[in-house]
Design a protein around this ligand. Structure first.
Ligand SMILES: Cc1cc2nc3c(=O)[nH]c(=O)nc-3n(C[C@H](O)[C@H](O)[C@H](O)COP(=O)(O)O)c2cc1C
Length: 213
């Protein structure tokens, strides 16, 4: 593929549609995703920006039922703790939310950031070590968009104890847990975020989060 770096208006419009249609997906069809497609999605993360060109992201494909169960168990504990922190209507609403699609997602990817990588030689991350984790989040977003462009949905799960996940997956020292991703073909395609649809959070669409100083 020759990359010209020139994109016409049709592409610009379609990119906008992709960004708008991305969605966090928590309910999946049972259809599998081929190993080649999973590998392709992970490979596309190499185009992501990273501090000092460090590419600190580490993707772990979790196939083992025992390891999946250990991660889901951590989710159940963390989710029960979260429920206990709310009261009244908010607690009732939380109890109805589906915040993970562990059981029906055919592909599980745990994502870590290698805090001890020498790649990039510390450029940029010496003053701001957290930029390694930021870089890994960039890679996740790349994978998310690439997946959605192929009709594949992704759900990001953060209601987990990082230490429990690191132990369950037996990852090397220095790998910091960033995200647990469930991937599969969405049961439905939604236009609006689920948390907006169920009334958990209403976002003012006019807000741009931009101020000028
Ligand atoms: C850092 C991060 C952590 C998230 N953790 C969870 C989670 O644990 N469970 C969940 O259901 N969604 C999680 N999400 C998805 C958000 O709820 C979702 O992105 C948001 O509600 C907006 O919806 P949309 O992604 O469909 O536009 C997470 C998203 C991000 C970026």
């Amino acid at each position: 593929m020759t990359v010209t770096g020139i994109f016409d208006s049709t592409f610009q419009q379609q990119l906008g549609e992709l960004l708008e249609a991305r969605r966090d997906v928590r309910s999946f069809k049972s259809d599998s995703i081929s190993d080649e497609v999973v590998a392709e999605l992970v490979a596309m993360t190499r185009f992501s920006p990273s501090v000092g060109y460090s590419q600190p992201w580490r993707f772990v494909r979790v196939d083992s039922p025992q390891r999946r169960e250990a991660v889901e168990a951590s989710f159940k504990v963390a989710s029960a703790d979260a429920l206990a922190s709310y009261s009244g209507e908010r607690a009732a609403l939380y109890a109805r939310l589906k915040l993970a699609g562990f059981r029906d997602a055919p592909v599980h990817l745990a994502v870590f950031s290698d805090d001890e990588t020498d790649t990039g030689k510390g450029l940029g991350s010496k003053t701001m070590p957290e930029t390694l984790a930021y870089s890994t989040v960039m890679a996740i977003y790349t994978l998310w968009l690439a997946a959605r462009a192929r009709g594949i949905g992704l759900g990001w799960i953060s209601i987990l104890d990082p230490g429990t996940v690191e132990r369950a997956l037996d990852v090397p020292e220095g790998w910091r847990f960033i995200a647990y991703l469930c991937l599969g073909y969405p049961a439905t395609y939604e236009n609006t975020p689920e948390l907006q649809r169920v009334g958990w959070e209403n976002f003012d669409a006019r807000s741009t989060h931009l101020t000028v100083r």
